[in-house]
Design a binder for this molecule. Structure first.
Ligand code: HEM
Length: 162
């Protein structure tokens, strides 16, 4: 007579996945889409939303328009579209509408600046006009410091030529 007891289901081999990996064997994180730093989430609203960012880029581009080093760098006769792109980027970065990404895709800012010769002198001019623009907002010291720290670091990272 044959044994009616069914064969026990084969045991799954011990899973290697459950074993802790040494730090060196942790899977490499995949490149993220544009990740929003958490501290930016409420910043946009906290500093006054759209009108604040409009003023920031208005004052900045008023400085650029009169700058003999910077003005020739902008390919278009009309600075309006460039101003709009910077506005939308900064609004998105600081937690506002995501229009920049919808229209332009991933920012890839360093790559987008490659066609332009960004020297340390151009960076300093950019930061000078941005400093005037940030000062015009009269933000709280904490917001002002947070915004300025970011702009300064971003400007330094955009330099692509000695
Ligand atoms: C360091 C000095 C910098 C110089 C000389 C510079 C110059 C320029 C120029 C000539 C353009 C092309 C204008 C156009 O959009 O048609 C541009 C585009 C742009 N810049 Fe800068 N830039 C600098 C730094 C920065 C920084 C620090 C940021 C961000 C925090 C920034 C954000 C942008 C954005 C969002 C655009 C438009 C990109 C797009 O095509 O979507 N730039 N910049």
């Amino acid at each position: 007579m044959t044994d009616p007891t069914p064969e026990p289901a084969p045991q799954a081999p011990p899973s290697a996945v459950s074993l802790p990996l040494s730090p060196a064997r942790q899977p490499t994180p995949q490149p993220q889409a544009f990740t929003q730093p958490q501290y930016t989430e409420n910043f946009y609203e906290a500093v006054g939303g759209h009108p604040t960012f409009v003023q920031l880029v208005d004052v900045f581009y008023a400085g650029v328009a009169d700058d003999p080093l910077m003005r020739p760098m902008y390919p278009e006769e009309d600075l309006g579209p460039a101003k709009e792109r910077l506005l939308l980027f900064l609004e998105q970065y600081w937690g506002g509408p995501k229009t920049y990404g919808e229209q332009r895709g991933h920012p890839r800012l360093r790559m987008r600046h490659m066609p332009f010769i960004v020297t340390p002198a151009a960076r300093d001019a950019w930061l000078r006009h941005m400093r005037a623009a940030v000062d015009s907002l009269n933000l709280s010291p904490l917001h002002e410091g947070t915004l300025w720290d970011y702009l300064e670091r971003a400007a330094h990272s955009m330099v692509n030529s000695a």
